[in-house]
Structure formats: structure tokens, C-alpha cells
Design a protein around this ligand. Structure first.
Ligand code: GDG
Length: 447
């Protein structure tokens, strides 16, 4: 059996980040004697030129460190100040410096050199996400003939946004070295084919098989899921929800997002403000908990979104709070997963309102966490990849505060039987298309 080699920006280390991806891949890694390779999280001036082994997992883990310059150019720079905003339709938030592209390519070349030493000809290599687009090209240049697949967790930009990359054609050349390119949603596959046509001269009559930069590429849609069974179990045995309810005294609406400008947090705050303004009856009957652990704080656009959201939350509380009621609680700290599962379960409304999002796992977690007898309502942006399959949610346009506020009011008044019907349909999809289904279908296609 050929080994599965997974390469991702961050190597899962310790027990904390045992997210869905690890759960999904660990069986395939374990049974094939496979390896997971990724960044250790350590930034040090004397990053070793070889991979370091981390025992203690069910599969082999190999990490690399980054130098301060590599972290700045590859991670904060090209990955998160150029590719991230471009892939999320926000080219005006890019910061383009020549050393970013150089550092990004250099780090990918270094990972390829370290990895090539570990490889066997019949390995299957699965590269995760936008930090590592050039990896296959560098591996091929070193003579690696193994199958190499890529999966993009975020959305793929259309030609207009792609054109904001420093060298748009290069992205397609990098991608053309993969045997299989996986996307979250049909929307992304379509954007890829159209951008490849306009910016790299491809002629994708069939976006699933076409010639790109002189090579034959195969592409497909593999919507990622969550570890639904464990999430459902975790939520069902979460701490006593009645006690939590009496603490808040109102029906809760919840949002859980990394504090990122793609997640539409200010837009949902403004819609909530509009709701409270238009429907005074809801005062003291609804409360909004937004959990938003900060990320990428070194990048300026993330400092701006933090200030903007803090300001809006303060204004809403200043305007509407009473002695017994805080309309919005905005917490910049991560919570343990079981606590999160319990909070989802108590929340009458799950708010997932990104302006752009590859999939959005919070939408699926919220559904899995509900009590099927008395479930809450999911309000979901049409710009989340999840909206392609979760049509039974209240699907909204996050740019339209009136529509979003109306959905909040609707979710508050929906009867139990309406909520149950909606939830049952959503849950079926979340359970049938979980993260194990996702990795199986991708790896089967990779061959
Ligand atoms: C990228 C794509 C795609 C959040 N706060 C806490 C916490 N979280 C967990 C959530 C969820 C995960 O983080 C976030 O996943 P998302 O899918 O919502 O978003 P991204 O981080 O942007 O992920 C996205 C995903 O990749 C997978 O392919 O869906 O579109 O952008 O699982 O629960 N977890 C804990 N405490 C927190 O405070 N424990």
C-alpha cells in the first residue's frame, strides 16, 4: 500500500489542535505508514536544514522551523498579505513587496528539498492550502515522480482578483504540476477554469480535465466536512444548558470566527444594531455572543478589523444596554472545543456571515451541536462555500443589513416544528458528508 504524505503549513503538534483534518487523515496516515510534514510553529534564526521528528502521534510527524525572515516573507507576507486577501476578493488589502514572492518561493523550495529525501516512488503526496502552491513544481524539479495532489481550503479568485497578484500567470504554472487540484465548491472550480482561461491561455472545455501550461491537470470539488459524530456527542454532554440560560436570561445568538476581515463580523454587528433599533420588543430577549480569537495580529489589516469590531460592539452596548442586559458580548479569546460545542447548542441562532469563505466549518459545527428536538436556526451567508449544500439555512447576503436583521427576527419567531424540519435536512448533509467522506473521496480520485 502506498504511503500517504500530508504536507500543510502547520504541523499538528500537542493535543490541543486535534481538529477535523487530523481526525480525517490519521487513519489513512496510520494504516499506510504515512507521514505529516509541516511548520513546527518555531521561528528561529538557526532553522535546521533538515526535518525534525516528533514522536507521540499515531503517525510519523516531521517538522521544519522558519527563520524570522522566512516567517515574515513566506507566511505573513506572500501567504497572508497577498494570497489571502486576493482569494477573499479584497485586493485593496494586499501589501505587495518583491521580497514576499521571493521568500514564499524560497521556503517552498526548501520544504521540497527536505521532503524529497524522505520520499519513495510510490508515495501519494497531499499538499494542503495556499501556503504551498509551488511545492509540486519544486518537487518535480528534483525528480519526484510520485502522485501529488493539492487541496485549497479557501476560495479561488476569479480573473479580476487574480489580476491583482504580482505575477498572475505564475499561480497557474505552479498548479499545473499537480495531478489533482481540489476545491471546496463548484464556484471555486468555475473561477479556476475561468481565470486559467483568461490569464494562462487555457481552454477548459471541461473544467475537470484540461491542459494548463503544457500539462494535463485534473480538478474537482471536494467540500470539506467536520467530524460530525464526535461533535454531536461532545455537544450533547456539554455542561448544563439551563444554568447557562439563566445566566443570560435571553435567547442567545452566537458567532465564532477567527478575527478575520473575511468573516463579515462588522456587517453582522451592524445588522444586530439595526434589529435592536427597529424592534424594541426584542430588547432583553436576545443577546449576542461573539467569540473571535485574534490571528495574524502582525498584519495591519487585522489590527484595523480589531479596532473596528471593538468600536462597534462598544457602541451597541452603549446605545442599548440596561442595568440587567448586555446586548453583545465580544470575546477575543479561544475557548476549548467542548465549551464551544455546549455554547452552540444553547444558542437559538448561529450566525455565519462571511463576505467570502472557502467552506466555513462553524456552520456545520453549529448544526451538529443542536438538540434535534429543539434546534436553533442557522443564518448563513451565500458567500460561504457551505451555502452550496446548506440551502435549508436562512441564506442571506451579508452586505445587506436589512436582510440580515430580518433573518434574525425570523429565526427568533420560528416555531419548533419549522426549526426541526430545517435542522433535520441540514444535519443529514453534515453527517453524510463528514470529514472522513471528504478525505476518502479526494484520495480515491487522486488514485
Ligand atoms: C479555512 C477556510 C474552511 C474558532 N474559534 C475557536 C475555535 N475555532 C474553530 C472553529 C472551526 C475553525 O476554528 C474555523 O474554521 P472555519 O472553517 O470557520 O474557518 P478558517 O479558519 O478560516 O478555515 C474555511 C476551513 O479552512 C477548512 O477547510 O472551512 O473556509 O477559511 O472549527 O470551531 N476552536 C476552539 N476555540 C475557539 O475559540 N477550540
Amino acid at each position: 500500500m502506498s504511503r500517504l504524505i500530508v504536507v500543510s503549513n502547520r504541523l499538528p503538534l500537542g493535543d490541543a489542535p486535534s481538529g477535523g483534518l487530523v481526525v480525517a487523515l490519521q487513519d489513512a496516515l496510520k494504516s499506510s505508514g504515512g507521514v505529516w510534514v509541516g511548520f513546527s510553529g518555531e521561528v528561529t534564526p538557526d532553522a535546521e536544514p533538515a526535518l525534525r521528528s516528533h514522536p507521540g502521534a499515531a503517525f510519523q510527524r516531521l517538522s521544519f522551523d522558519l527563520t524570522p525572515d522566512e516567517h515574515e516573507t513566506y507566511y505573513l507576507g506572500y501567504s497572508n498579505s497577498i494570497l489571502w486577501p486576493v482569494c477573499h476578493g479584497r485586493p485593496s488589502l494586499t501589501r505587495i513587496l518583491p521580497e514576499y514572492l521571493d521568500g514564499y518561493d524560497r521556503v517552498n523550495a526548501r520544504i521540497a528539498r527536505m521532503l524529497a529525501r524522505e520520499l519513495r516512488p510510490d508515495d501519494r503526496i497531499w499538499v494542503q492550502d495556499y501556503h504551498l502552491f509551488p511545492l509540486a513544481a519544486h518537487l518535480r524539479a528534483l525528480g519526484v515522480t510520485a502522485r501529488i495532489g493539492h487541496f485549497l481550503h479557501i476560495s479561488f479568485p476569479g480573473p479580476g482578483d487574480c489580476a491583482a497578484l504580482p505575477n498572475p500567470g505564475q499561480l497557474f504554472d505552479w498548479l499545473s504540476h499537480y495531478d489533482l487540484i481540489g476545491f471546496q465548491a463548484e464556484r471555486d472550480l468555475g473561477a479556476f477554469a475561468e481565470s486559467a482561461r483568461q490569464l494562462a491561455g487555457a481552454d477548459p472545455a471541461d473544467p475537470r480535465h484540461f491542459d494548463l501550461c503544457g500539462r494535463r491537470v485534473r480538478a474537482g470539488v471536494f467540500p470539506i466536512g467536520i467530524d460530525a459524530d464526535s461533535f454531536m456527542a461532545e455537544a450533547a454532554c456539554a455542561p448544563d444548558s439551563d444554568r447557562m440560560r439563566s445566566l443570560t436570561g435571553a435567547k442567545m445568538m452566537i458567532g465564532v470566527d477567527r478575527l478575520d476581515y473575511s468573516k463579515g463580523i462588522p456587517q453582522r454587528f451592524r445588522a444586530y444594531q439595526l434589529l435592536l433599533d427597529k424592534i424594541p420588543d426584542l430588547h432583553e430577549k436576545i443577546s449576542f455572543l461573539q467569540i473571535a480569537p485574534p490571528t495574524r495580529g502582525e498584519v495591519e489589516a487585522y489590527q484595523t478589523i480589531r479596532e473596528e469590531t471593538e468600536h462597534l460592539a462598544g457602541r451597541i452596548n452603549g446605545q442599548f444596554a440596561t442595568l440587567n442586559w448586555t446586548p453583545i458580548r465580544f470575546i477575543h479569546r479561544p475557548f476549548p472545543r467542548p465549551v464551544l460545542a455546549g455554547l452552540y447548542r444553547q444558542a437559538r441562532i448561529g450566525l455565519v456571515t462571511p463576505l467570502a469563505d472557502g467552506m466555513n466549518l462553524v456552520a456545520k459545527e453549529y448544526v451538529a451541536a443542536q438538540d434535534p428536538q429543539d434546534p436553533g436556526v442557522l443564518i448563513l451567508s451565500r458567500f460561504a462555500g457551505a451555502a452550496e449544500t446548506m440551502q435549508q439555512a436562512l441564506v442571506i447576503n451579508p452586505h445587506d443589513p436589512t436582510e440580515m436583521a430580518a433573518a434574525m427576527a425570523e429565526a427568533m419567531r420560528m416555531s419548533k416544528s419549522e426549526r426541526r424540519d430545517q435542522h433535520a435536512a441540514l444535519l443529514r448533509d453534515v453527517v453524510d458528508h463528514d470529514v472522513a467522506w471528504w478525505s476518502d473521496s479526494y484520495l480515491k480520485t487522486l488514485g
